[in-house]
Design a protein around this ligand. Structure first.
Ligand code: AMP
Ligand code: MG
Length: 401
């Protein structure tokens, strides 16, 4: 049995960043860019009006007042056809190109039409460049707008669109297959018969994978039968990560480790000093240069949940090229006394007593099969190994859920 930190180290050693691939920018939120993206044009591509109003020669408004001849109307998407001379103006809309001769835009609110042909303007401080965004002032053609390694958010998708890119090279999201094992499991849509329970881990893990930045693939349930496990595990080994739930403890039908060994999955560790989650299994298979990391999570739902958040989340982050994919850690104050017993570090569910003051109260919790009580949990308190009595007001480290 190894420590949690040794388990982290082993995962870090074996989880390699996935090769980059070209894919739709829209499918790449949270992915790391794997190329420098350069602008294919100037932005704005022309001197651009930033207001609805009149394009003028600033010198005409040196006194703050002028009556000018309107020579044309320029809407966004059209180009000017005339040069604005002294005592002239062009009606212009936001986003339209500034006509030759004009060097400022006066906003419409400061103007008044005089008949059909003229406009009277009363505006002070109209200097050259007023309300104009110069060509290439946001981006110059050829300049790198997004460097390799940048994590894509919606705003980067917008910048990519601005420079003509709907496809980009990124580190893809890891594909994570989920297989729940156990003769007792029935699908969520079924009413369990005698001795049966619903497969709650499968949907929970699918949701956790998506939340952690992976692309989940559900393989449903495998019964505790060697042939069925073998076939379904073989399918799961096509993914970047295979997550199994159940079958890694000491029961007579806990066949997962031996079936994995038959499939040439090399065991890296089995059992971590942790409560809940001790039986966790981790291994790796590399065939034809393609590596699959395999996690066998204990079947008890809270063990499965906790092991995912500690270990699988970390691996997903590493494959995706991200160093920080872990749950946030925080120092909190115990709102109530707590007695810890046992020789393993324990993650114990708690709720905020007062989130602003960072005080947290341990929940009434029946252990690793009690998923329902976890619904009230905001955080997991991290108690070190060893018997100890904690007083209210003591500081303790926690992971935020
Ligand atoms: P195992 O790790 O297979 O020994 O299972 C430990 C406990 O977790 C048993 O009580 C199982 O019935 C339960 N369990 C296993 N798999 C699941 C699952 N997918 N959903 C809910 N409970 C499960
Ligand atoms: Mg089982």
């Amino acid at each position: 049995m190894i420590s949690i930190s040794d388990a982290f180290e082993l995962i870090d050693q074996h989880a390699r960043v996935l090769p980059s691939q070209q894919q739709a920018a829209l499918d790449s939120i949270d992915c790391l860019l794997a190329e420098d993206v350069a602008s294919d044009m100037d932005s704005p591509p022309y001197d651009k009006a930033m207001m609805d109003g009149y394009a003028v020669v600033a010198a005409d408004l040196a006194d703050g007042i002028a009556e000018l001849e309107i020579i044309e109307e320029i809407t966004a998407g059209n180009v000017p056809t005339k040069t604005v001379g002294r005592t002239q103006a062009a009606r212009i809309m936001t986003g339209a190109p500034i006509p030759d001769g004009a060097d400022a835009v006066v906003m419409i609110e400061l103007t008044q039409k005089v008949g059909e042909t003229h406009v009277r303007i009363e505006a002070s401080g109209v200097t050259p460049g007023k309300n104009i965004m110069p060509k290439a002032s946001s981006l110059a053609c050829g300049v790198t707008v997004l460097p390799s390694g940048k994590r894509l958010r919606a705003l980067e998708v917008g910048i990519l669109a601005e420079v003509g890119r709907d496809q980009v090279s990124v580190v893809p999201r890891p594909r994570v297959a989920v297989l729940s094992t156990g003769d007792e499991l029935v699908d969520v849509t079924e009413k369990p018969g005698p001795g049966r329970i619903r497969n709650s881990n499968g949907p929970m893990l699918v949701a956790q994978i998506a939340a952690a930045g992976g692309t989940p693939e559900s393989l449903g349930v495998a019964r505790d039968v060697r042939e069925e496990l073998t076939a379904k595990i073989a399918r799961g080994l096509e993914a970047d990560i295979l997550v199994l739930s159940g079958g890694v403890s000491a029961g007579v039908l806990d066949l997962v480790p031996s079936v994995l060994a038959e499939q040439r999955v090399e065991q890296i560790f089995h059992k971590v000093q942790l409560k809940p989650g001790k039986p966790i299994w981790f291994g790796k298979r590399t065939v034809d240069g393609q590596t699959t990391l395999v996690f066998g999570l204990p079947g008890n739902p809270v063990s499965s949940l906790v092991c995912f958040e500690l270990f699988v989340r970390r691996a997903i982050g590493l494959l995706a090229g991200r160093t920080e994919n872990e749950l946030c850690a925080a120092e909190v104050t115990l709102a109530a006394p707590f007695v810890h017993r046992g020789d393993r570090p324990t993650l114990f569910p708690a709720r905020w007593e007062d989130a602003a003051q960072r005080t947290a109260a341990p929940l009434t919790w029946k252990g690793s099969a009690d998923l329902a009580a976890m619904a009230a949990a905001d955080l997991l308190l991290q108690f070190p190994a060893g018997d100890a009595e904690y007083r209210a007001g003591e500081a303790i480290s926690a992971l935020l859920l």
